[in-house]
Design a protein around this ligand. Structure first.
Ligand SMILES: N[C@@H](CCC(=O)N[C@@H](CS)C(=O)NCC(=O)O)C(=O)O
Length: 199
């Protein structure tokens, strides 16, 4: 399998960590999705990463790729089929929502000053702040968010928080000690260490 990624993309990182945790291998191809190279467009007309190229064709969108991988290898399961399935999916979507809001702010900040829309930015910041508060209030003392083992809930939230470290100027750690402690710990896993965002 081939995995098209960018080294700062939090969505790519979710898949890279999941593959390492599942002990699955893929050749990682680093691209800049904003450049829309012919190589990337050949596998994803949306010009986005991640894309997993499989014998079933290219699969894009990190959540669809995770589903594919769960189907491909059910041995190390990261999205349970029953039990905590819905809580895992809720955490996954919450974490992706934080990431999407932060990405929107980042893109807004990259526009020329006279074109930036402060209303758009403030709305995204409010989402991030509310979601972080929601999370802080629900952080367990345990190593993992659900069950006694790693799930996509942990991977998605860990990637979202690392992305905030990279792009969210306001910072988030000071007022959320439980979340900061949990993030420090999960970031020690080899799969997280091997995929830290690189500019
Ligand atoms: N929902 C998609 C989002 C993927 C995404 O937004 N990727 C960004 C990089 S972090 C990208 O490729 N952006 C380029 C573009 O949207 O043109 C997923 O979960 O994979």
């Amino acid at each position: 399998m081939k995995l098209f990624i960018s080294l700062t993309s939090p969505f790519s990182r979710k898949v890279r960590i999941a593959m390492r945790e599942k002990q699955l291998e893929a050749e990682e191809i680093v691209v800049n999705p904003w450049e829309s190279s012919a190589e990337l467009l050949a596998v994803n007309p949306l010009s986005q990463v991640p894309v997993l190229v499989t014998t079933d064709g290219p699969i894009f969108d990190s959540c669809a790729i995770i589903e594919y991988l769960e189907d491909f290898d059910g041995e190390i399961n990261l999205v349970p089929l029953c039990g905590s399935r819905w809580p895992v999916l809720r955490w996954m979507r919450l974490a992706d929502g934080i990431t999407e809001a932060c990405l929107t702010c980042y893109l807004e900040n990259k526009r020329p000053a006279e074109q930036r829309n402060d209303e758009v930015k403030q709305r995204q910041i409010a989402k991030i702040e509310r979601a972080l508060q929601w999370t802080e209030e629900r952080m367990p003392d345990a190593e993992f968010l659900l069950n006694e083992r790693l799930t996509m809930a942990d991977i998605s939230l860990g990637c979202a928080l690392s992305y905030l470290n990279l792009r969210y100027k306001k910072g988030w750690r000071k007022e959320r000690p439980r979340l900061a402690r949990w993030h420090r710990k999960i970031s020690q896993r080899p799969s997280f260490k091997a995929t830290e965002p690189v500019e």
